[in-house]
Design a protein around this ligand. Sequence first.
Ligand code: PEP
Ligand code: MN
Length: 339
Amino acid sequence: MLIVMKTDATESDIAEVERLITEMGFRPHTMPGASRTAIGITGNQGPVDVMPFESLPGVAEAIRVTKPYKLVSLDLRPEKTVVRVGDAEIGGDELAIIAGPCAVESREQLFEIAEAVRRSGARFFRGGAFKPRTSPYAFQGLGEEGLKLLAEVREAFNLKIVTEALDESGVDLVERYGDVIQIGARNMQNFSLLRRAGRSHLPVLLKRGLSAMLDEWLLAAEYVMAEGNYNVIMCERGVRTFAQHTRNTLDLAAIPAVRRISHLPVLVDPSHGTGKNYMVTPLARAGVAVGADGLIVEIHNHPERALSDGAQALTLEQYEQLVSEVRAIHDVIAPAPVS
Ligand code: PEP
Ligand code: MN
């Protein structure tokens, strides 16, 4: 159930609703919005009695939620969520750009790439220290050493670090060295990991699972939010289909589809979505054109020598060009409000 407060509801009206929800043995999730505050309820197995809420001061209405998700939904928060990461943000007016190598390989590699990322004006740097590889014999990442290098990049270039946690202990480490916890496609339904990320103070970038339906992906976000972490960023990265001309099929329709249901920001990953260098820029343009809040893109100073995903890495020059193109597209589809 969802309690919608009147626009003039006071703090104490809200506190009273929260108290009643807690007293019933459930958990309140209070979402202040531009025009009104809504309070989601989780922890109930069956329907919650609306009567006791409707008579409380400041309550506009109590709505039964019929969809499987509650907290991700626009019913709870009609305006878009802007995820703040220090002085940077995802989901705001500016197109968010997260760029960097697939994997952290060395300080020299990271610093050369980070220089190009900073020059482009992007605020976020990506790089995996723990890599979910198909083969156990492939490069698995530098582990904590890699995270330490990412933390150096953060200091030296003033970039926010987005990096993957493969398991719950990985979340502890990302909390120590990073700024945004990436949950990879292969882990989208790792429910204990989602719950752990839901108890983190860091935002969560949630990749779509390799074959996840929209509801499954949204419910994965719901797992994180149900634990109290409302800073979730959705990321479409392609799904497995019969196509052989791409690594995955980037499902561009997922962007407006999520937008129709959820207030959460949505990014596009044209790198894993295509797997091929020459397809990354066209699909990045398309992702921004269909309304993505930003991009996460793999780039490398020497793609031919990359220890993972070299075939889809953009060179630093290609990346620079990409950024100017996608910014131009973003400006056309989301013109600045006239003041
Ligand atoms: C990655 O971002 O490097 C990655 C492994 O992505 P995904 O989980 O989407 O495959
Ligand atoms: Mn990769």
